[in-house]
Ligand binder design. Structure first.
Ligand code: PLP
Length: 451
């Protein structure tokens, strides 16, 4: 039985980097069976990912028996940490009653109602099995509603791996073009060559440039897609009035405004749009609304969402998905949201504020030339100390990458899990004592950096 709370074990510190661990051996074997050693490419990093064996609360135990504080929570999907008792009970209950039907289940309605009640811009909801699918359906719905072809997204925003959003996710200075009219740069091999012509890339927090870009493309755009606090853009916050500006300019050109809240829905009862006063036409959801099981959802204006209704006489947008709205994910999502009230958001805010201020103090003292940004339970370690308002404000290049590599490895060695690119998030399974442990690990990781 794994204890609910516990200190980071000391002897793991050397094992991870030594290359002599069960995880490193598994990774080597996995590479011969699975390209890159894992089906999730973000976890293919040096020297090797740790292989998880168990999770309890804010702790992950790896196959070597080492325990770490999980500040990644399956890329933000777990807002209550691992094996949260309410979620476990809801899943058990559902499994025992049958967990997969051709028929709809009443519980789908319950989760839809929760989202409608929480988010004022959402009248109706359509469930998917992943965030990527939700974004893909948003694009199709916007095209069907407007009769237009092109979509606009921001440079440095990630929205999953649907072709039209795999543009300019993290372009290099060599390819990114003008700061005021960024080039559309493919972020994956294998995209159709037509995609670049159908995607307009925008600079974040830059109304004048956006106005100019829309003068040329506005009347051809079906959707303008926003990732609030994009973590590849240093989690830059919207400048005062920026979301109002986006609302007005999209209305002016008849473009549908879509917020991708797949990560940021963990920022408050109504997500980032509630926190920063956004009013999109459509919103994509994922991660926390499935309590750790596969999910995606699309919600928004009734007249747009009704294009997904096959009983209407108009042409409708066809969707499928054997597992869309599956009862297990829905049950886990309901159990999660039931325990995600303002009280939990207040706790997450307190933990996040404490972590960010502690990490920034450590980084400042050490003079490493890095900072942590973020909001609520979300944080992002980035190279550079200047204020960030868009993707290009975050330093790139070899030194920046080496700094992030060493910090990431150092944190893993010292018992803390964050993403390779410095992204992290907290859970309600944590308290201020846990944050202190994270800060101690951070101090040790920073002290070991050699550039
Ligand atoms: C903002 C955002 N949008 C979309 C996605 C894609 O979601 P999924 O991984 O469930 O397909 C992600 C995943 O990390 C995301 O962070």
């Amino acid at each position: 039985m794994i204890p609910q709370k516990g200190k980071i074990s000391r002897y793991q510190l050397d094992r991870y980097a030594s290359g002599d661990s069960v995880s490193s051996r598994l990774f080597e074997e996995a590479r011969s069976l699975i390209p890159g050693g894992t089906s999730r490419q973000f976890y293919t990093f040096q020297p090797n990912p740790i292989f998880a064996k168990a999770g309890d609360g804010c702790w992950v135990t790896d196959v070597d028996g080492d325990r770490r504080i999980d500040c990644l929570n399956n890329m933000s999907a777990l807002v209550h940490g691992h094996a949260f008792p309410d979620v476990v009970a809801a899943i058990h209950d559902r499994v025992a009653k049958g967990f997969c039907f051709s028929e709809p289940c009443e519980t789908e309605l319950e989760l839809a109602k929760m989202l409608v009640e929480r988010v004022p811009s959402v009248d109706k909801v359509h469930f998917r099995s992943s965030g990527t699918e939700a974004v893909m359906m948003a694009a199709k719905l916007c095209r069907a509603f407007t009769g237009r072809n092109k979509v606009a997204k921001f440079e440095g925003s990630y929205h999953g791996y649907y072709d039209h959003v795999q543009m300019s996710v993290a372009p290099s200075p060599k390819h990114w073009g003008s700061a005021h009219a960024p080039s559309a740069v493919p972020s994956s091999a294998g995209l159709s060559s037509n995609v670049a012509d159908e995607v307009v890339v925008l600079p974040n927090n830059d109304p004048e440039s956006i106005e100019r870009i829309l003068e040329s493309h506005g009347s051809q755009l079906a959707m303008l897609l926003v990732e609030p606090l994009a973590n590849r853009s240093g989690m830059s916050k919207p400048a005062p009035g920026f979301y109002r500006f986006l609302r007005e300019i999209t209305s002016q050109y008849g473009i549908l405004l879509v917020f991708d809240e797949i990560i940021t829905f963990r920022l408050g009862v109504a997500g980032a749009q509630g926190r920063f006063d956004g009013s999109p036409d459509l919103t994509t959801f994922g991660k926390v609304i499935g309590g750790g099981l596969p999910i995606g959802a699309l919600g928004g204006r009734r007249d747009v969402m009704d294009l997904l209704d096959p009983t209407t006489t108009r042409d409708y947008v066809v969707s499928g998905g054997t597992y869309s709205g599956n009862p297990l994910s829905i049950a886990a999502g309901i159990a999660t949201l039931n325990r995600l009230t303002q009280t939990e958001f207040d706790l997450l805010d307190e933990l996040g504020t404490s972590l960010r201020s502690g990490v920034n103090d450590i980084l400042k003292q050490d003079g490493l030339g890095a900072q942590v940004t973020g909001e609520g339970s979300l944080f992002q370690i980035i190279p550079g100390t200047q204020a960030v308002s868009s993707y290009r404000d975050v330093p790139t290049g070899e030194r920046a990458d080496e700094l992030m590599r060493q910090l990431h490895t150092g944190l893993l060695q010292n018992g803390v899990i964050v993403a390779r690119r410095g992204f992290g998030c907290l859970s309600t399974a944590m308290d201020l004592e846990v944050i202190d442990e994270v800060l101690s690990a951070f101090e040790r990781a920073v002290a070991a950096v050699r550039l």
